[in-house]
Design a protein. Structure first.
Length: 193
């Protein structure tokens, strides 16, 4: 018979795992913030105990001036690089990135970002060239995804992904800068289609 009093009293669970290192191990592998309640279920500990341990870890990392921090965002906990080292991280990412987006891919991505959901035909009309290959590249890189079918033509519609927003460092599409006033009116381009 298993003694359940340990998980209720705040002692380590029967598996012998210490709480803080167990939290670190789980959070080290996540792609998105993990709520305290999920961590508590996985670690078989009370939620308040897990939340307190996460807050203590976060404070400890900050006090020690570590190169990473633990933050509570979007209802969960996740590791992030310390903002004090943004320049170093940016140099590493940019210098270490071997396959950068081409000018054609950047232009196509901009059209999708500002016109989404949009079909490939509309993107091609705005850019004045065929974008099939570029769209496949953007989808493969996780920056663009299919978002449905256009009712009139049956064409696939595309939109930017959450990963796109993360890479740009913005929370939503509303945070994108305004289009320059000298660009052609996109509404008139749609009328030409």
């Amino acid at each position: 018979m298993t003694d359940t009093s340990n998980s209720q009293s705040g002692d380590a669970p029967d598996d012998g795992l210490e709480l803080s290192p167990a939290i670190e191990a789980v959070l080290m592998i996540v792609d998105e913030p993990v709520p305290s309640v999920v961590l508590a279920q996985v670690l078989q500990r009370p939620e308040h105990e897990v939340a307190t341990a996460c807050a203590e870890l976060a404070a400890g990392y900050e006090a020690a001036g570590r190169g990473f921090s633990l933050k509570q965002v979007a209802g969960g906990w996740r590791f992030y690089s310390n903002p004090a080292f943004d320049d170093v991280v940016q140099r590493f990412v940019l210098d270490g990135q071997q396959a950068r987006l081409t000018q054609a891919a950047l232009e196509t991505l901009a059209v999708v970002a500002y016109r989404q959901p949009v079909s490939r035909a509309r993107v091609s009309a705005v850019r004045g060239v065929n974008v099939d290959g570029v769209m496949r590249t953007l989808v493969a890189r996780g920056l663009v995804e299919e978002s449905g079918i256009e009712g009139e033509s049956g064409a696939h519609l595309y939109q930017t992904t959450q990963y796109f927003l993360e890479r740009l460092g913005v929370s939503s599409l509303e945070d994108l800068p305004e289009l320059a006033p000298y660009l052609p009116d996109l509404e008139s381009l749609d009328a030409d289609l």
